[in-house]
Design a protein around this ligand. Structure first.
Ligand code: PEP
Ligand code: MN
Length: 330
């Protein structure tokens, strides 16, 4: 931000007023006027507050490069009272990595719904690293997932992997997921946005915040009514965990950009025993929802078994997350 001063103002008094608000400022001089440059990292103070300081003529703010995202609603209404976002109750979104069979998702949905989970996840189209790994059952899996969810009044989130699949997936899902590997895939973003459904956009595993938010802007521009961002860990130098959960990004999106952000501690850590503590950490940082993978018998999972919570662990986490209520306000 640039704070410009009136000609007759006391520049030192204005500087002190800015500094008292925790702002880190640098004086800008010209032959005719004085202004202050406010470092954007110092503190999120509303420009209106600065305009009220005596001696301030104007406060110039940079235009946001994602205007449609900035003006979007901060809550996604999935129907039947399931609302995800800022100010809404914190939800656990849970289910298997891959939808493996009708019976598997039925068993999982029954336990999760009993524990209070309202959004069932599960992959029908899987973005696997190896072309020889299980690729998902496709449309039949979408049907099994939808039936399992409907039997318990749950909502469905599932990934769209290819632009041509977007209309079909939108028939089964309440929330369309764009995966980490697809975040940069502009044609996919356009196709998913065009379904005019709420979208869960996972962060690319090496994407900057700027790139992530621009991907969200693609979705908004194409017609998505609201985009929920999902932090799922980024690539790091240390292989001790599968990825590095970026809690700073969660806090920044929620508290500075005021955007709805969720977190996925399953893919972030790759290990079951770290999912629960990190789920709590993401809520403390400002996440308005947590997505985790669950399997009745993780040892038999067709994908991501090591990070899958057992059913009883997922139920404990659901109670924990739901008890967080509406989340922290800044
Ligand atoms: C998933 O949630 O099913 C998934 C594949 O996650 P990510 O895109 O974050 O790797
Ligand atoms: Mn997975």
């Amino acid at each position: 931000m640039i704070v410009t001063l009136r000609e007759d103002s006391d520049a030192e008094r204005v500087r002190r007023a800015l500094v008292e608000r925790g702002l880190w400022v640098r004086r800008l001089r010209s032959d005719t006027s004085v202004a202050f440059y406010v470092d954007p990292a110092s503190s999120a103070v509303a420009p209106e507050e600065l305009r009220r300081i005596e001696g301030v003529r104007d406060v110039a703010v940079p235009e946001v490069p994602w205007p449609r995202l900035a003006e979007q609603p901060v809550v996604a209404d999935l129907g039947d009272g399931v609302r995800l976002g800022i100010g809404a109750p914190i939800h656990l979104l849970a289910g298997p990595c891959s939808v493996e069979s009708a019976a598997q998702v039925r068993e999982i949905a029954a336990v999760l719904s009993e524990a209070g989970v309202r959004v069932l996840r599960g992959g029908a189209y899987k973005p696997r690293t190896s072309p020889y790994a299980f690729q998902g059952h496709g449309e039949p899996a979408l049907r099994w997932l939808r039936e399992a969810a409907e039997a318990h009044g749950m909502k469905v989130v599932t990934e769209v992997l290819a632009p041509e699949d977007a209309p079909c997936v939108a028939e089964y899902a309440d929330l369309l997921q764009v995966g980490s590997r697809s975040m940069h895939h502009a044609p996919l973003l356009r196709a998913v946005g065009a379904q005019e459904r709420p979208v869960l956009l996972k962060r690319g595993m090496a994407a900057t915040l700027e790139e992530w938010l621009q991907a969200a802007e693609y979705l908004r521009l194409a017609g998505a009514p609201v985009v929920l961002l999902c932090e799922r860990g980024v690539r790091s130098f240390d292989p001790s965990t599968r990825n590095l959960l970026d809690l700073g990004a969660v806090a920044l999106l929620r508290h500075v950009h005021r955007l709805p952000v969720l977190a996925d501690p399953s893919h972030a850590t790759g290990r079951r025993d770290l999912v629960l503590p990190l789920a709590r950490a993401t809520v403390a940082a400002g996440a308005c929802g947590v997505m985790v993978e669950v399997h009745p018998r993780p040892g038999e999972a067709l994908s991501d078994g090591p990070q899958a919570l057992r059913l009883e662990e997922a139920a404990t986490l659901a109670a924990d997350v739901t008890a967080c209520g509406h989340g922290r306000t800044p």
